[in-house]
Design a protein around this ligand. Structure first.
Ligand code: FES
Length: 616
C-alpha cells in the first residue's frame, strides 16, 4: 500500500483493495472483482449500481429521483457517482451485481431465459411385476418417465438396478435420453460446470442445476501458454510437431479437471453428481479441447473443423465428471471467431438492442461483433498478449504487485493490486500510463517518447526527470528502484509503447472494418459493450485516448462482465439458450480481417494515437 492509498472493504465477501483517493466506488468494486450493473452507462440516472456505505464517510449526494432521503441516510450511494476519500466498508446488494440480474431473470422466468436445463432428474417408484401385471421392465419405466430413449448399454443395466433397489430410484435424463439411474431420491443433487477457455486464462463455474444458482467459481491459467502465448503460435506448434495435438489437449483437460475438483471440493459434492459441461472458447481453443486438429486454422482461408454446436461424451475427453455426462461445445462463426464470441452474443442479447451496438471482448484474441438493423458481423483480431502484460518489459498479469492504475500530473501516482510493493505493470496500468503520457506531452501521436530537448515547456519537471536515454531511445521510469519490489526501477520503454500500439491498432482496425461493412460511423453507435475480465477494468476515457475504442461519449461504453462465461452458464441452465445461441451463430457473418483489402491501411492508421482528447 502506498502512503496515500485507502482501504475499501466489500461486504458480504469481506474482500479488500487499496485505491487512490477520488476513485469511484464503481471502479473500486470492479477492481475487487465485482461487476455492478450500469444500464445508464454511469450517468447516475438508473440507480442500478446502488451500494451501501456501512463504515466511513462518503459524501452525501443531493437527494434526487434515484435515491430518496431515507436511502441516503441509510448510507446508500450510487457507485458510479460516489468517490472514496477515506477508508470505507461497502455493502453490495445482490441486485446491484451484473450477473445477479441474469440469475434472477432466469429463475423468475420474466425474461426469455427460463430455468430448463438439458439435464433433469426424476424420482420414480414402480410397481413390482406380478402375474396380473407382467409388463416389461422398460415399459414399466416408460409409464413413469414418459417416452424416454434408452441405449443398449442402459437397457442391460435396467433389470438389475430395478430389482436391487426395490423398484425405486432416480432417473437422470438428457433431454429424453435416459443416461443414468441412481439409488434413492437424488433429485436435489444435479450439477453442471460452465467453462470459458481463453487463450491465456480459463474460468469454470459450478452450477446447481436443481435451483439454477452458482455453487462455486474457479479460475486458472491456460497451461498451453508454454506452447506459445497466442493462438497462432499454438496452431503452428500443432502443425510442426506431430503428436503435439494430444499433448496440448491433455494439458488443457488436466487443468480443467483440477478446476472441477477444486470447485467440487469447495461445495462438498462428489464428481459423479456433475452431469453436464458447457465450453466456450475461440475456434483454436475449442478444437484443441475436442482433440480436433486446428491445422487448417494456420493457413488461408483459416477453416475451422465444425460450425454447429455439438455434444461429446465427457468420458471420451477424460473429463472428471459422471461417466454418463456430455460436454456441450458452442458453435463457431468462422476463422478464429468461435464459441466464446457466440456465448458473448447470447449473454449480451446483442440482437435485441434495436440500435447499432458493438460488442468488444478484449483478450489475447480480441473479438468484435457489430449489430445493425437486424444484421450481425463478427471478426477476430490478433491483439496479442500485450493486454495480459506479455511482451512488455515489466509487464505482468493483473495479480498482486501489478500497477493497475496510473495518473500523471505534477507527479506520478500509481495504484497497485494487493498490499505489496509494485513488481510490474498490467494491461490497464499500461493503457493508463500511455494515455497520461499523451496528455502530458511526454509521448507524441506517432508513439515516440520525446527526448528532453523536444519536450514542450508545459511538461512538469517531475516527469522530465523520469525520462532517460538508453540505446539512443527514450524510456520512462514509472517507479524508481528504491520504491519498487524488483531489483531496479519499473520502466515503460519505447518498445512497450510499440507493443501497445500494435495491440490497440489491431482491435481498432477491426472495429473500423466492421463499421464500414455495416455502412455506419462510430458516432452512430448506441453503445459499445465491453466484455471479458480485462475489458471490465479498463478506464474508458483512457481506452479512447489511446484509440483502442471509438471516440464516443464514455456513457455509451458499458461494462458487461465476462460475457463468454455468462453465455456458457446460460447454456447449462436452459436448452432453449443453446438453441438460441445456434440461431445467433447462423445469422452472423464472419469478416476475415486478414483477407480484407482495407485491413492493412486501417491497421497502419489505427497505430497512430488520436490527435486530440475526445470531447466527453
Ligand atoms: S446510476 Fe446508472 S450506473 Fe450508476
Amino acid at each position: 500500500m502506498k502512503q496515500n492509498e485507502i482501504k475499501i472493504t466489500f461486504q458480504p465477501s469481506g474482500r479488500s483493495i487499496y485505491v487512490l483517493p477520488g476513485t469511484t466506488l464503481l471502479e473500486a468494486a470492479a477492481r475487487a472483482g465485482f461487476i455492478l450493473q450500469t444500464p445508464c452507462g454511469g450517468k447516475g440516472t438508473c440507480g442500478k449500481c446502488k451500494v451501501r456505505v456501512t463504515s466511513g464517510h462518503c459524501a452525501e449526494p443531493v437527494p434526487n429521483s434515484v435515491l430518496s432521503n431515507d436511502q441516503i441516510r441509510q448510507g446508500f450511494r450510487l457507485a458510479c457517482q460516489a468517490k472514496a476519500e477515506e477508508p470505507l466498508v461497502i455493502e453490495i446488494p445482490a441486485a446491484s451485481l451484473f450477473e445477479h440480474e441474469h440469475q434472477i431473470l432466469i429463475k423468475s422466468g420474466k425474461y426469455e431465459v427460463k430455468l430448463s436445463p438439458y439435464l433433469r432428474k426424476i424420482y420414480f417408484t414402480l410397481e413390482e411385476p406380478s402375474m396380473q401385471n407382467p409388463q416389461a421392465d422398460l415399459a414399466r419405466l416408460r409409464q413413469a418417465l414418459g417416452d424416454i430413449r434408452v441405449s443398449y448399454k442402459m437397457l442391460r443395466h435396467i433389470p438389475q438396478f430395478l430389482r436391487n433397489n426395490q423398484w425405486k430410484g432416480t432417473a437422470v435424463l438428457a433431454d429424453r435420453q435416459l443416461i443414468a439411474l441412481e439409488k434413492g431420491d437424488t433429485c436435489g443433487s444435479l450439477y453442471g460446470v460452465a467453462f470459458d477457455i481463453g487463450t491465456t486464462t480459463m474460468v469454470g463455474t459450478l452450477i446447481d442445476l436443481a435451483c439454477g444458482t452458482e455453487a462455486a467459481v474457479s479460475a486458472g491459467m491456460n497451461p498451453q501458454v508454454t506452447y506459445g502465448d497466442d493462438v497462432l503460435s499454438r496452431v503452428q506448434h500443432v502443425r510442426e510437431q506431430p503428436g503435439s495435438l494430444s499433448e496440448l489437449q491433455a494439458v488443457l483437460i488436466d487443468a480443467i479437471n483440477k478446476l472441477i475438483e477444486r470447485m467440487a471440493a469447495e461445495k462438498g459434492i462428489s464428481l459423479s453428481s456433475i452431469y453436464d459441461i458447457s465450453v466456450a472458447g475461440n475456434t483454436a481453443m475449442q478444437q484443441i479441447f475436442c482433440g480436433l486438429n486446428p491445422h487448417a486454422l494456420g493457413e488461408i482461408p483459416f477453416t475451422p473443423v465444425f460450425d454447429q454446436a455439438f455434444r461429446i461424451p465427457a468420458e471420451s475427453l477424460g473429463i472428471k465428471a459422471n461417466p454418463a455426462s456430455d460436454t456441450f461445445v458452442f458453435g463457431q462463426v468462422g476463422g478464429f471467431v468461435g464459441g466464446d464470441t457466440v456465448a458473448g452474443m447470447l449473454a449480451s442479447r446483442i440482437d435485441q438492442w434495436g440500435k447499432p451496438v458493438l460488442l468488444v471482448d478484449i483478450g489475447t484474441n480480441g473479438e468484435i461483433v457489430l449489430f445493425n438493423q437486424g444484421r450481425m458481423w463478427a471478426a477476430s483480431t490478433a491483439a496479442g498478449p500485450a493486454f495480459e502484460g506479455a511482451r512488455i518489459s515489466h509487464g505482468m498479469r493483473a495479480t498482486a504487485g501489478a500497477i493497475e492504475k496510473v495518473i500523471m500530473g505534477e507527479e506520478v501516482q500509481i495504484n497497485i493490486i494487493g498490499n505489496v510493493k509494485p513488481i510490474g505493470i498490467c494491461g490497464t496500468g499500461l493503457i493508463d500510463a500511455v494515455a497520461e503520457m499523451l496528455r502530458t506531452g511526454v509521448l507524441d501521436v506517432t508513439g515516440r517518447m520525446l527526448p528532453l530537448d523536444e519536450l514542450a515547456a508545459t511538461v512538469p519537471a517531475a516527469l522530465r526527470k523520469r525520462l532517460i536515454v538508453r540505446d539512443q531511445q527514450t524510456d520512462f521510469i514509472l517507479v524508481h528502484a528504491i520504491e519498487s519490489g524488483v531489483d531496479g526501477p519499473i520502466m515503460i520503454t519505447q518498445k512497450d509503447i510499440r507493443e501497445l500500439q500494435l495491440a490497440a491498432g489491431a482491435v481498432r482496425a477491426g472495429i473500423n472494418i466492421l463499421l464500414k461493412r455495416a455502412g455506419i460511423a462510430a458516432d452512430e453507435l448506441d453503445a459499445v459493450l465491453l466484455a471479458g475480465a480485462f475489458g471490465n477494468f479498463i478506464r474508458r476515457n483512457n481506452a479512447r485516448r489511446i484509440g483502442l475504442l471509438p471516440q464516443i461519449p464514455c456513457d455509451k461504453i458499458r461494462f458487461i462482465g465476462n460475457a463468454a462465461s455468462l453465455g456458457a452458464k446460460m447454456a447449462l441452465l436452459s436448452s432453449r439458450e443453446r438453441e438460441y445461441s445456434e440461431r445467433l451463430r447462423g445469422k452472423t457473418e464472419h469478416v476475415d480481417l486478414s483477407l480484407d483489402p482495407e485491413f492493412q491501411m486501417e491497421f497502419s492508421a489505427a497505430m497512430l494515437f488520436p490527435e486530440h482528447e475526445p470531447v466527453v
